[in-house]
Design a protein around this ligand. Structure first.
Ligand code: TMP
Length: 235
């Protein structure tokens, strides 16, 4: 496949067209932002970690019957993925209260939730990705009722596969964000699953091994990225 012009540049990735209309190249950057782009920085080798970790997890999920956008990794920072139409929802799954859920609802960080919670945010930077419910998503025609049902079921399946996988490598999967895309009449898992988009806590010590080190100005910002890649056996 031949790479053509850049289609899009986001906060953490660039996307290029290819000579195959169904495939694009995703190129992961080391740039990091938080709070809707207000805090900016760079995290050493983040793009490499996110690319290889995400591809590893997408392969695992495919093997468990979850369709994803993954086609083939090109190099340590770049991957061929299916050209999907992104459903404008950020789908968050929570096993333990943390972050915005703790802030909004007054639940202490670290409280294990008796059931997994699926949240939707409307993917819109100008509005700050506001939390919405299923009815808002339908009323705004962001997705059909069938797509919403499928997305929720897929998000919960991803949660059970990944919670088990990370537990085995000594990591608690606290919460994570997924995005889905439409591809040839179906819904596939898209975007990435990485320390940028998950909260990972060391199972023994509770240490944060994810982007919260950057968001919260903790020391050794790239530690979580390095450690997760290592525990996943990717070096
Ligand atoms: P939150 O507690 O800040 O709402 O974050 C929930 C999860 O979603 C957490 O694992 C981090 C991830 N996340 C993203 O991937 N992108 C975002 O823009 C935000 C705000 C959170």
């Amino acid at each position: 496949m031949k790479r053509l012009e850049q289609l899009y540049e986001g906060k953490a990735k660039k996307v290029f067209l290819t000579d195959n209309p169904d495939v694009v190249v995703v190129s992961y950057k080391d740039d990091a932002t938080a709070f809707n782009g207000i805090k900016k920085g760079q995290i050493k080798d983040k793009g490499i970690v996110n690319n290889v970790c995400s591809n590893h997890l997408f392969k695992l999920l495919e093997s468990k019957g979850i369709p994803t956008h993954l086609v083939e990794q090109i190099n340590e920072r770049e991957t061929y993925v299916k050209k999907v139409q992104i459903v404008p929802l950020e789908v968050i799954v929570r096993n333990i209260a943390a972050g915005s859920m703790s802030k909004r609802l007054g639940i202490p960080e670290g409280k294990v939730l008796p059931v997994a919670v699926v949240e939707f945010s409307y993917k819109n930077d100008d509005l700050g990705d506001p939390l919405i419910n299923d009815d808002h998503a339908l009323a705004m025609e962001l997705a059909t009722p069938e797509e919403i049902a499928q997305i929720k079921a897929m998000a919960l399946k991803v949660n059970s596969v990944l919670s088990e996988y990370f537990a085995e490598i000594g990591v608690t999967l606290v919460d994570f964000k997924l995005e889905f895309g439409r591809y040839k009449d179906g819904i596939v898992l898209a975007d990435e699953i990485s320390p940028d988009t998950c909260r990972f806590w060391d199972k023994k010590t509770g240490e944060k091994l994810d982007k919260d080190r950057f968001r919260r100005d903790l020391d050794d910002v790239d530690k979580g990225y390095r450690e997760i890649k290592k525990r996943m056996g990717l070096e």
